[in-house]
Design a protein around this ligand. Structure first.
Ligand code: CA
Ligand code: CA
Length: 290
């Protein structure tokens, strides 16, 4: 099954009508626009030319049969395919150099194998998904804003080969995604990675009877909790608490011991510091889960 990028949403909401349906265990391809809705194609296309009512589109939503409120949705990222070039921008007021930036600039990065050519340099391709989520529990949330349902988390660990666990807050889960990056540094400090169109192949699976703190990621060798809040401080506290909770539920460790283990071997990292909520993550080697 394939979902065309014509099915773009700008809010994650229970009110969104599903554009496709599948069973738990199915594989689905999402075609995705870049975050500028594919309108920045050359270095003369600057941010102020972008229609801000149409930024950060997510493709979907996909209704997964049998996904009920309180379940978890496991999303295996099987592959990410990218267009041949992407765009990254600077503009006054945008990102963490906001007040220092005096003019708009767009840089086009060309993909050549595993390398991006930009700024007369070669940067390794590090494909990732910026926006991925289910519908939020309460009111609609812009696709530019991350929270407990996922959304615009801009986490470099949401890449090929991982499993992302999201909450099911409405029947069918209503999964949507977009905002691929060919590369992005932790923090996404200017507000964009190398923004690029592409397609993502995922396998979705409904996980019943699990009360685990979402969103979280399982990679080949790590477990990663994610949280998005108004400040990095709040998001950081939440990812630590969520990892401690995963440890106490999955191992025989007490909360005190879980905290001590995280203090010795857990890594608190920044995903992005430029969106309406900031996203942090805590990473722990899987071997500590017994
Ligand atoms: Ca983003
Ligand atoms: Ca982006």
């Amino acid at each position: 099954m394939r979902i065309s990028k014509e099915h773009a949403i700008y809010e994650m909401s229970k009110e969104n009508k599903a554009v496709a349906r599948c069973q738990s265990g199915d594989t689905v391809i999402f075609e995705t626009c870049d975050c500028f809705h594919d309108t920045v194609k050359s270095e003369t296309d600057v941010v102020s030319s972008v229609d801000f009512d149409r930024v950060n589109p997510a493709t979907g939503p996909l209704y997964i049969e049998d996904a009920e409120v309180g379940d978890l949705l496991k999303v295996d990222i099987l592959s990410i395919k990218l267009d041949v070039q992407g765009a990254v921008v600077a503009a006054p007021g945008l990102g963490r150099l906001a007040n220092l930036i005096e003019k708009e600039q767009t840089v086009i990065g060309k993909i050549s194998g595993d390398t991006i050519k930009a700024l007369n340099r070669e940067i390794p391709v590090n494909k990732m998904i910026g926006v991925i989520g289910t519908t939020p529990k309460d009111e609609a949330v812009s696709t530019g804003t991350p929270h407990d349902h996922g959304g615009n988390m801009d986490c470099i660990e949401i890449r090929e080969g991982i499993s992302l666990y999201l909450p099911v807050n409405a029947e069918g889960a209503l999964l949507a995604m977009g905002d691929l990056h060919a590369c992005m540094g932790d923090g996404e400090v200017m507000g964009s990675g190398l923004e690029i169109a592409g397609e993502v192949e995922v396998r979705v699976e409904v996980v019943k009877d699990k009360k685990l703190p979402t969103p979280f990621i399982e990679t080949e060798d790590k477990v990663i909790t994610l949280a998005s809040r108004e400040t990095m401080e709040e998001a950081g506290d939440l990812v630590i608490r969520n990892m401690a909770q995963l440890l106490t539920e999955k191992t025989a460790l007490s909360l005190e011991e879980a905290g001590i283990l995280l203090s010795m071997a857990g890594n608190l990292k920044v995903c992005q510091v430029v969106n309406p909520n900031k996203t942090m993550r805590m990473e722990l080697d899987k071997k500590y889960f017994d």
